[in-house]
Ligand binder design. Structure first.
Ligand code: CTP
Length: 414
């Protein structure tokens, strides 16, 4: 994938700059031609000599070479590249990129680059968590920059948290997957990719009432479904977001209409009514499989009772019900499996007549209420796309891109 590709490797002044030498080596090993551009601060962390020896090209960090007066053209560099990758990307460089503060060679090159840009942020946990950084990353994301999420672990400050640059191997994998996706013509977002389409999305948990004050529920935050709604709306599609009880805000778009429900049966009824008017549905809700047979009219009292037995009955399977009536509509399901992941996910896709299934991996036993997830998208022809720990918003983009791609493929086949 990287053979003959021209890559600008931007290195900024963070402790993770030492990993850039390994990253550079991996890129070169896979056949890429790499031009390193450093910020002045980066030289405090790694020497240009190491990097030029590894890349076989002089490192660029100034607008002019001091002794010869040679001018380095950021415009030519921007045209030469197939990809610009900034790793590590410090909070300061991200801010400059987001706002266009072109006071060094790296940012001027970014502003001139015609090629796609990827950044691998690296900073202390509080800096990464700060709303300013989040805002700058969101701006860059909206500008089409691909963010390679940092990992969690011990940081240079010895504090433990999120902010550690992704490992070089993971960055290279992401670069390859990204270029491959672009080659297949699915990356690069347009605000009209989904224009004229209407999508139904289920999100969040369902609550099944036991009595007027108690219920059976789960920890689903609804974030994945809400991010998917935002992604489709950004691409011009209309969304009907059928949300269980969640506290997160509805994506701000006139294209997103939200219907609140509480129980699985309520969610089922809305979905069945609305699906006919939709081009597809994404079933991201964590629907309770069972509900109490009867909801007590009054609060259940414990007086004299040593045990309480609840009799539960099966809830309707919304995804499977839509699968039975879907016709040529596109139906996406999710699977959270702990054993025989692939096998179970594929049989779920078959059983529910889905066009594609997104398999969530449990990380440390967790999937709900975490910011990042690892997923595998499995299409009906069993082709698989695996993505490691990424921001959920980013995953939403990949899921929607896969839908667009599959819709195109289906159209071609018919
Ligand atoms: N789903 C649904 N209605 C249900 C249960 C699940 O629409 N009553 C949807 C989920 O939104 C998800 C997919 O079906 O897209 C798979 O959900 P999951 O809970 O993993 O599967 P189950 O069919 O409940 O199987 P199991 O819990 O036994 O793994």
């Amino acid at each position: 994938m990287l053979k003959g590709k021209h890559i600008i490797l931007g290195i900024t002044g963070g402790i993770a700059a030492y990993k850039s030498a390994m990253l550079l080596r991996l890129l070169i090993k896979r056949g890429a031609e790499v031009q390193v551009v450093m910020t002045p601060a980066a030289k405090e962390f790694i020497t240009p000599v190491t990097l030029s020896a590894l890349s076989g090209k002089p490192v660029i960090s100034q607008f002019f070479t001091a002794n010869s007066g040679e001018w380095h053209s950021h415009v030519d560099l921007g045209l030469w590249a197939d990809l610009m990758l900034v790793a590590p990307a410090t909070a300061s460089t991200l801010a400059k990129m987001a706002t266009g503060v072109a006071d060094n060679m790296l940012v001027t090159t970014y502003l001139s680059a015609k090629a796609p840009v990827m950044v691998a942020p690296s900073m202390d946990l509080d800096m990464f968590a700060h709303p300013t950084t989040a805002r700058n990353l969101e701006t860059l994301r909206r500008d089409g920059v691909e963010i390679i999420e940092p990992g969690s672990g011990e940081l240079a400050s010895h504090l433990i948290g999120k902010g550690r640059m992704a490992e070089p191997e993971e960055i290279v994998e992401r670069v390859e997957a990204f270029l491959e996706a672009r080659n297949a013509g699915i990356a690069g977002k347009s605000d009209s990719d989904m224009k004229g389409q209407r999508w139904l999305i289920t999100a969040g948990p369902t609550f099944e009432n036991i009595d007027p004050v108690r219920f059976i529920g789960n920890y689903s935050s609804g974030k994945t479904g809400f991010d998917l709604a935002a992604e489709i709306a950004e691409r011009g599609g209309e969304v009907l977001l059928v949300a269980g009880p969640v506290t997160i805000p509805t994506p701000e778009s006139p294209l997103v209409k939200r219907i609140n429900v509480r129980s699985a049966v309520e969610m089922y009824e809305v979905c069945l009514k609305e699906f006919e008017m939709c081009d597809g549905a994404i079933m991201s809700a964590a629907v309770a499989d069972y509900r109490p047979e009867k909801c007590a009219e009054r609060k259940i009292k414990r007086e004299g009772e040593e045990e309480l037995t609840l009799h539960l009955v099966r809830n309707p399977d919304i995804a499977a019900s839509l699968g039975r009536i879907k016709g040529d509509r596109f139906l996406v399901g999710f699977a959270l499996e702990s054993d025989h992941e692939l096998e179970n996910a594929c049989s779920k896709m078959e059983r529910k007549n889905l066009d594609c299934i997104v398999m969530n991996s449990l990380r440390d036993g967790k999937c709900f209420n975490v910011d990042t997830n690892s997923i595998t998208i499995i299409n009906r022809d069993l082709a698989r796309k695996k993505y490691s720990a990424m921001d959920k918003r980013e995953l939403a983009r990949l899921i929607v891109e896969n839908i667009i791609d599959e819709q195109k493929r289906k159209k071609k086949e018919n």
